[in-house]
Design a protein around this ligand. Structure first.
Ligand SMILES: CC(C)(COP(=O)(O)OP(=O)(O)OC[C@H]1O[C@@H](n2cnc3c(N)ncnc32)[C@H](O)[C@@H]1OP(=O)(O)O)[C@@H](O)C(=O)NCCC(=O)NCCS
Length: 224
């Protein structure tokens, strides 16, 4: 099916707590995530059952798209916090987003993530996305989530973006931020002034003698 052949009114959207979803539908959701999302799925069944809210789109009785607002695993959240300096303690995590390949590019993913946010009662939400994965990046920008920080997943070597619907607080102070060489896309001054620093100068450059001469780094000079 091509996106232009799809009659938008033939798609129905549902946003439900896991225990309100018929078991057969939940099974279809799980299959779609396993096939389509490319994310680790070892805890999938359990995570879906404990999720805050699950969104799914149906066409002719079949689940063709899904996305979930879930409670992040504490260990995973702490890893992101350690790598970025963000405080995500009160955030839900968007995850398990997948649309069947033949239904992609017709706005289903966007409607699902918008619907989840609208029904999550003002909750703070973050999502992590590989910075080279263009479709979810576009979809996420379009729904007005903003890039709060980026970090390297050292295990996989991928650069990961952390996107939020509301700006998070920062845990890390100015010195340890510099030490970690974390890169922040929100107003850098915010991090510094929170800790009583004022930003004097922020320079982007390339680290001398580093493995790759093109590895960018951030320096900043600060004063109290
Ligand atoms: C990400 C995903 C859920 C998006 O679903 P979707 O229903 O196609 O989303 P939408 O149609 O709302 O928006 C997708 C955007 O990406 C664009 N896009 C799709 N494929 C693209 C490609 N190969 N290159 C560039 N842009 C692309 C679409 O044109 C659209 O942008 P536009 O509205 O500016 O035209 C779907 O691509 C998918 O299931 N991908 C595999 C799983 C995945 O990556 N999940 C996200 C993990 S964070």
């Amino acid at each position: 099916m091509k996106p232009q052949d799809l009659e938008p009114s033939s798609i129905t959207y549902h946003f439900r707590r896991p225990d309100e979803i018929p078991p057969k539908t939940l099974e279809q959701i799980r299959h779609l995530i396993e096939e389509g999302s490319g994310v680790g799925t070892s805890w999938l069944r359990e995570n879906l059952q404990k999720a805050f809210l699950i969104g799914y789109a149906e066409h002719e009785g079949m689940v063709v798209g899904t996305s979930t607002h879930k409670y992040p695993k504490e260990g995973y959240r702490k890893k992101i916090e350690a790598a970025t300096g963000l405080d995500l303690s009160e955030y839900l995590e968007r995850g398990y987003t997948a649309v069947k390949p033949e239904y992609r590019g017709s706005g289903i993913g966007g409607r699902l993530i918008r619907g989840l946010i609208e029904r999550s009662a003002g909750k703070r939400v973050y999502v992590t996305i590989r910075m080279e994965n263009v479709p979810p990046l576009k979809m996420t920008y379009k729904e007005r989530m903003v890039l709060a920080a980026r970090f390297m997943n050292e295990r996989t070597g991928h650069e990961i973006g952390v996107f939020v619907n509301q700006p998070p607080r920062r845990k890390m102070n100015a010195e340890s931020c510099l030490e970690k060489n974390a890169s922040f896309d929100l107003d850098f001054e915010e991090i510094l002034s929170e800790k009583g620093f004022h930003q004097k100068k922020v320079t982007r450059g390339f680290k001398k003698g580093h493995r790759s001469p093109r590895t960018p780094w951030l320096t900043c000079q600060t004063y109290r």
